[in-house]
Design a protein around this ligand. Structure first.
Ligand SMILES: Nc1ncnc2c1ncn2[C@@H]1O[C@H](COP(=O)(O)OP(=O)(O)OP(=O)(O)O)[C@@H](O)[C@H]1O
Length: 529
């Protein structure tokens, strides 16, 4: 005689739906001596009937009437099938497999649950003696057991839903908190990265989110737009701010020295390497490595950098052992690196690795509304540095600034303001007069560059010098960097010719160290005369 009351207590207190279903099926098997028992329920979309048994990887369509489950679901009515009747249900392969073990005298009952409900939540599959499976639900105690199961399931389902809702709520709360924190950080940043134009507000938000990520950041912008300032902000706002930010300008270091600067070297690696020296990659461990003007990195070194970025391991020049360094890379460029990739001067694979989080800085001319705030910021800086009390900027001086194109961007504005401050008395404002002449000069220089015939030689050319330069035609220049490099080469060749190849004299006459001239000759491929 089944003791349904005792067995019902087994269902109470179960906290997981899987365990509840397993216990329910186990009790039915034991109390009704079933050969097999399976609980199934429709999936979230209600299209398929899924068994609650992880060892089965089958499911049945709720609309496919070639299996009896679909009939039970659609009619909300139990179905009993004898071993003989099962022969009529051979078209559904999965169902055939399920009933393949039904003995000659056994039968199958497919019962929708909850009992007496039109809304089917489960389908119960029972396989066993027909006398037991067909009369089980006539017993009130068994019916109560099944009722407790369905109620307990609903309770767990509701609890699960509540927990899901709670989790979602706490997730959206932490998202709101994160957004608020990011907003605060972006606001704090506005004290050092000045500008309330929309483009600057957006940039500050991007900096905050870039800093929170581990991605490689590429800062692009013209000279003087604040690339270095942005790189510092990313480091300061990142979790790496307790470790160093190590910076190097790839354009300022001779090619042959750049590798040992970055990777370090071991004693004896080359003549002059009389002790081991740590490179910048090792110094940046835990912190940030800032590679300024990365477009100038030689191709061979680009390949080595890519390897380091991918493996976080590097080998010092002349070293046998690899070392590890965990750094975040921030790079900057003022050139169009994609064009460099197309011209095969920059590796495409490295390009994509560097541009994981691109940031583009606007030209100052694109945010004229920020000029006033930037000017006041630089006046304050000037006052603090020099113990002065300049009061601000006259509105006409501001108008005057807004008329200028600022090819040197914020750096040029800073210099102009410093120039204006130097000419202004304490407790006075910078006047239009103190800036107008300087801006007129700058405009003239700019114009001279675009109208070469009217060019006046800059003051640093010595008019009566024996090696006086003849201004050439600049109108056709489309690549400033190349043009400057050609110009530099021409000057060096002229000067070396003049001194019959004497590098010492040529260097002295150009006001540069002999070593720098040697490096430039090597870079520009100027052979000894
Ligand atoms: N938004 C800004 N707010 C305050 N100061 C700024 C801002 N942008 C640039 N500056 C100042 O302008 C000067 C130039 O900035 P920075 O060196 O970061 O520019 P850059 O783009 O790296 O220049 P370059 O490419 O020539 O090296 C610095 O003195 C910097 O503090």
């Amino acid at each position: 005689m089944a003791n349904w009351l005792v067995r019902t207590t087994e269902l109470i207190g179960i906290k997981s739906k899987d365990e509840l279903t397993q216990t329910f099926a186990k009790v039915l098997i034991e109390e009704l001596s079933l050969a097999h028992c399976l609980v199934l329920s429709p999936n979230n979309e209600g299209r398929r009937l899924i068994p609650h048994d992880s060892s089965l990887s089958v499911s049945w369509s709720v609309n496919d009437l070639s299996n009896p489950f679909a009939h039970v679901l659609q009619n909300s009515k139990a179905m009993t099938l004898s071993a003989d009747e099962l022969l009529f249900w051979q078209t559904d392969r999965a169902f055939c497999e399920l009933v393949s073990q039904v003995g000659m005298f056994d039968g199958v009952r497919i019962q929708p649950l909850p009992l007496q409900s039109k809304y089917v939540q489960f389908v119960l599959y029972m396989q066993g003696e027909p006398s037991k499976i067909n009369t089980a639900f006539e017993d009130d105690m068994c019916t109560a057991f099944v009722g407790v199961f369905t109620k307990q399931w609903q309770l767990l389902d509701e609890l699960e839903k509540e927990q899901r809702d709670l989790k979602e709520l706490s997730q959206s709360l932490s998202e709101i908190q994160r957004d608020r924190k990011q907003h605060e950080l972006a606001n704090d940043l506005s004290h050092s990265l000045i500008g309330e134009s929309r483009i600057m507000q957006r940039l500050r938000q991007q900096i905050v989110s870039a800093a929170a990520s581990q991605l490689s950041v590429m800062v692009q912008g013209e000279t003087g737009t604040g690339k270095e300032l942005v790189a510092q902000a990313i480091h300061q706002l990142s979790a790496r701010n307790q470790k160093p930010m190590v910076a190097i300008n790839c354009a300022a270091i001779p090619e042959n020295l750049l590798e040992s600067e970055l990777f370090g070297y071991c004693k004896g690696a080359f003549s002059g390497a009389d002790s081991d020296r740590q490179g910048l990659i090792a110094q940046a461990d835990g912190g940030t490595l800032f590679l300024d003007e990365i477009g100038d990195m030689p191709l061979a070194l680009q390949a080595k950098l890519l390897r380091v970025l991918e493996s976080k391991r590097f080998r010092p020049v002349g070293g046998k052992e690899e070392q590890a360094s965990d750094f975040r890379l921030v790079s900057a460029t003022h050139v169009n690196l994609l064009a460099q990739v197309q011209a095969k001067k920059f590796r495409q694979d490295l390009y994509y690795r560097l541009f994981q989080y691109p940031l583009t800085l606007p030209k100052l001319a694109e945010r004229l509304e920020d000029i006033e705030q930037l000017s006041l910021h630089f006046i304050n800086e000037f006052n603090e540095l020099h113990g002065r009390t300049i009061r601000g900027l006259h509105y006409r001086a501001l108008d005057c600034l807004k008329q200028y194109a600022f090819p040197g961007n914020v750096r040029e504005l800073k210099h102009l303001i410093e120039f204006g401050c130097a000419q202004t008395d304490d407790n006075s404002e910078i006047s239009e007069g103190s800036l107008a002449n300087r801006i007129a000069c700058l405009n003239f220089e700019l114009k001279s560059l675009s109208e070469p015939t009217q060019m006046v030689a800059p003051s640093h050319f010595i008019q009566d010098s024996p090696y006086q330069h003849q201004p050439s035609d600049f109108a056709g220049i489309t690549d400033l960097k190349q043009a400057v490099s050609d110009y530099e080469e021409q000057i060096i060749r002229d000067r070396l010719n003049f001194f019959a190849g004497n590098r010492g004299k040529a260097a002295k006459s150009l006001g540069i160290p002999k070593r720098t001239l040697a490096y430039k000759c090597q870079k520009l491929e100027i052979k000894a005369l």
